[in-house]
Ligand binder design. Structure first.
Ligand SMILES: NC(=O)c1ccc[n+]([C@@H]2O[C@H](COP(=O)([O-])OP(=O)(O)OC[C@H]3O[C@@H](n4cnc5c(N)ncnc54)[C@H](O)[C@@H]3O)[C@@H](O)[C@H]2O)c1
Length: 296
């Protein structure tokens, strides 16, 4: 059986995302190393409190959501989305060992001729997207190295690679995967195009950014600013990309406050400071702005 995508890691992030793709008509393969989770899903049950069992059983019965712990099935998937854990280590940095292990497990099965829909030019190149929260550089350095070494393939030439931060909103019971705008960044323009094509099947609004590093930074800072994603995103990325050295004034017209539905303008002065300091400053400005708006 061929799959549109595989979701690796069926936890709080991977299971709802996989179900959303399945609801949108994709054939999804869920992969996890935990046999208890595989058993539960095969039986049409949910082990995540806010996901009703019917959501799982309906997609399993319809044949759109299958599960396994056999990673060789990656051969039959056009795309792979990695949602494994990245717990903080003793330095409070994400531990990326789960990501690297997953990379090693999938690398032998990334050849295009082994899977994906056949095209006139042969098998379609596979797309790998990392969603786990991590620090900038994980995708284009660490994961890329493991995938290239284990497969003998070249990223951008033989397969595509991208990062898209997970957008679960744990404090919001009304949160719907399809409704939350999703940031996507690819290693090459074609990687980005393939990523947009994939997520566009299940997510209503995509926010493409210039690189995997930019997307990783958004993910790392994400939870703080769940209510104001677009403003924050624009400011943060511009800072990242401008490599601020001289004194500049960044002015942003805010087009979208998802919950407040207002327009506003924010001005931030930046003087030879690093992106992280700028981000902190922006957070303060934005929070202040939200506070003012709330009392209008
Ligand atoms: N849950 C949230 O609300 C939330 C919020 C922000 C960020 N994140 C990030 O999203 C990522 C996933 O988090 P989560 O909450 O879904 O984690 P989780 O612990 O709920 O689920 C992770 C799943 O991955 C599986 N797994 C572990 N190693 C694996 C491997 N090598 N191969 C296949 N499966 C493997 C586990 O069995 C588990 O089912 C993490 O990077 C986390 O920091 C999650």
């Amino acid at each position: 059986m061929k799959f549109d995508l595989s979701i690796i890691g069926l936890g709080y992030v991977g299971l709802p995302l996989g179900l959303q793709f399945a609801k949108s008509g994709c054939r999804v393969l869920g992969l996890d190393i935990d046999p208890a989770k595989i058993k539960e899903i095969e039986a049409g049950r949910s082990y995540i409190r806010h996901i009703p069992a019917e959501d799982v059983s309906m997609q399993v019965k319809a044949g759109r959501f299958s599960v396994s712990s056999d990673f060789s099935k990656i051969r039959d998937c056009e795309a792979v989305v990695i949602c494994v854990p990245t717990p903080l280590n003793k330095n409070r940095e994400p531990d990326i060992s789960y990501i690297l292990k997953t990379g090693e497990a999938i690398a032998p099965f990334l050849r295009p001729e082994n899977g994906g829909q056949k095209t006139e030019g042969g098998g379609r190149k596979k797309l790998v997207v990392l969603e786990s929260t991590t620090y900038p550089g994980t995708t284009d350095e660490d994961l890329r190295m493991v995938l290239e070494k284990g497969s003998g393939l070249k990223v951008g030439v033989d397969f595509h690679l991208a990062f898209s931060p997970e957008r679960e909103d744990p404090g919001n019971p009304q949160s719907k995967v399809a409704e939350i705008p999703k940031v996507v960044g690819g290693l090459t323009p074609t990687c980005l195009e393939r990523t947009k094509e994939l997520y566009g099947k299940a997510i209503k609004k995509l926010v493409p950014v210039s690189s995997t590093r930019a997307a990783e930074l958004v993910g790392k800072e994400n939870l703080l600013v769940m209510d104001i994603p677009l403003l924050y995103l624009v400011v943060m990325l511009t800072v990242l990309e401008a490599e601020v050295e001289e004194e500049v004034v960044l002015t942003y017209h805010v087009l979208e406050f998802p919950f407040l539905q207002v327009e506003a303008e924010v001005e931030v002065e930046v003087t030879q400071i690093q992106a992280s300091a700028v981000i902190q400053e922006i957070q303060e400005v934005v929070l202040e702005l939200l506070h003012i708006i709330a009392y209008l």
